[in-house]
Design a protein around this ligand. Structure first.
Ligand SMILES: Cc1ncc(COP(=O)(O)O)c(C=O)c1O
Length: 442
């Protein structure tokens, strides 16, 4: 039997980690257990998971109800192919989702992660127009600071960053327009004096490409990996209005924002809009298993119905609609009812806002923003951006204090599982304030 303390050494001998410069990265944390908001290392350290394990966890680690749902489903059916077969968890989850999704989203297509949910949406939008004989509809419009995933299709609408730069020649072209990044307003206005004028860029792009745009893709209300940029709801309403006016499809990538993260079940609710396609993953299973959904309208679905089989949507994955994932997702959605999850997120936002004001006063902090269960601090440091050396320094400083945070370069954010207590939030904000004051005094 190997000793558990060998875990890191064994890992480094065989494993290649994501987003990691393996030559210089610190050794990975050897995590042996999770419970509630905490992760435990093999040497007994307890870390508060301040980023919900990459934004997926909402009800806490190892939740008894989710564990039970998973075990019960595993004892019945672990997996079956999803072409020409179906199963209860997939159907029940689809029924539940269509009852809570923004109006009109009545068709559920399953895949297995956020990037595939986006790939599916892009391909569906593209083929929708082809099937309707509108072959000129080949353009996609995306936003600056966007992030939609790491597969080749999902990378294309994402902003060119360190993540996608090496693959530039591989990506399909998209037209990119302003996002409402109020702290760094793309047209130099102040929020108090603007009428969401940055939306004009999207309108010009749509007007000049009339009849050639397949879809506009956005991350509603919160652009995550691009810098935790919180939007005014009016921008979101404006995107829907313009997509209607110029008769094109709106894709809402709610991979991050779905399932309560912004204080509403879906971020589109902040502006009472329904997109034509919505992408969901991450917290869909409460953070347990990779599962994704692209939901769409009957009218898009109907464009694929034909006696000609070649008009079908030819896309699928081996683990499409995995029964274990669907069963846990259903159990997670039930917890929203039994544990009052959305009320908890709204209380979190109130507490975040109250605590953020002290932090705003720290010199290194340029901007603070919050929405639902997300608080972000934009730091004014030398280089800025993802490769700002402040990111790894802060990561280490928080780790020493038992708080797991992974800043996006100069953007520090806190996005814990919703079950975090008020005292734990206060403790985490104390750590954030103290570390940032240390940065100031250094
Ligand atoms: C908005 C958004 N879309 C898509 C993705 C990709 O999801 P995944 O990492 O599951 O492929 C992410 C991941 O962070 C995301 O934030």
């Amino acid at each position: 039997m190997r000793k558990p303390e060998d875990l890191t050494t064994r890992d480094l001998a065989t494993i290649w980690h994501p987003y990691t410069q393996m030559k210089v990265a610190p050794a990975p944390l050897p995590i042996v257990r999770g419970e509630g908001v905490y992760l435990y290392t093999d040497d007994g350290r307890r870390l508060l998971d301040g980023i919900s394990s990459w934004w997926v966890n909402i009800h806490g680690h190892s939740h008894p109800a989710l564990n039970a749902a998973l075990a019960a489903q595993a004892a019945k059916l672990e997996h079956v192919l999803f072409a020409g077969a179906t199963h209860e968890p997939a159907v029940a989850l689809a029924e539940h989702l269509t009852s809570i999704l923004p109006r009109g989203l009545t068709r559920i297509f399953y895949s297995d992660n956020g990037s595939t949910a986006v790939e599916v949406a892009l391909k569906m939008a593209w083929q929708y127009w082809q099937n309707r004989g509108q072959h000129a509809r080949r353009d996609f419009i995306a936003l600056h600071n966007a992030y939609h995933g790491d597969t080749v299709g999902a990378m294309s609408p994402g902003e060119t960053t360190a993540f996608s730069k090496p693959f530039e020649g591989l990506l399909f072209p998209v037209h990119r327009v302003h996002s409402p990044y109020c702290y760094r307003c793309p047209i130099g206005l102040k929020r108090s004096e603007c009428s969401i004028d940055c939306l004009g860029d999207l309108e010009r792009a749509l007007a000049s490409r009339a009849g050639s745009v397949a879809a506009v893709i956005i991350e509603p209300m919160l652009q995550g990996a691009g810098g935790m940029i919180v939007w005014p709801a009016e921008f979101l309403a404006g995107v829907r209005r313009l997509c209607d006016r110029y008769d094109t499809l709106m894709i809402a990538d709610e991979v991050l924002t779905g399932f309560g993260r912004t204080g509403r079940m879906f971020a589109c609710e902040h502006a009472s809009v329904s997109p034509d396609l919505i992408c969901l993953s991450k917290a869909l299973t409460g953070g347990y298993l990779p599962l994704a959904v692209t939901a769409t309208t009957e009218s898009i679905y109907e464009a694929f119905l034909d006696d000609d089989r070649s008009k079908a949507f030819f896309h699928g994955h081996s683990y499409t609609a995995n029964p274990l994932g669907c069963a846990v997702a259903l159990a997670s959605l039930n917890l929203f009812r039994t544990e009052g999850t959305l009320d908890r997120v709204r209380a979190l936002e109130r507490q975040f806002r109250a605590r953020m004001e002290d932090i705003r006063a720290i010199k290194v902090v340029g901007d603070v923003r919050a929405i639902g269960g997300v608080a972000a601090f934009e730091l004014i440091t030398g280089k800025g951006g993802y490769f700002d050396s402040i990111g790894p320094r802060l990561y280490e400083a928080f780790l020493k204090r038992g708080l797991l945070l992974r800043p996006l370069g100069s953007i520090l954010y806190f996005m814990p599982p919703f079950v975090i207590t008020e005292q734990e939030v206060d403790w985490a904000f104390d750590q954030i304030a103290e570390v940032l004051r240390e940065v100031d005094s250094a």
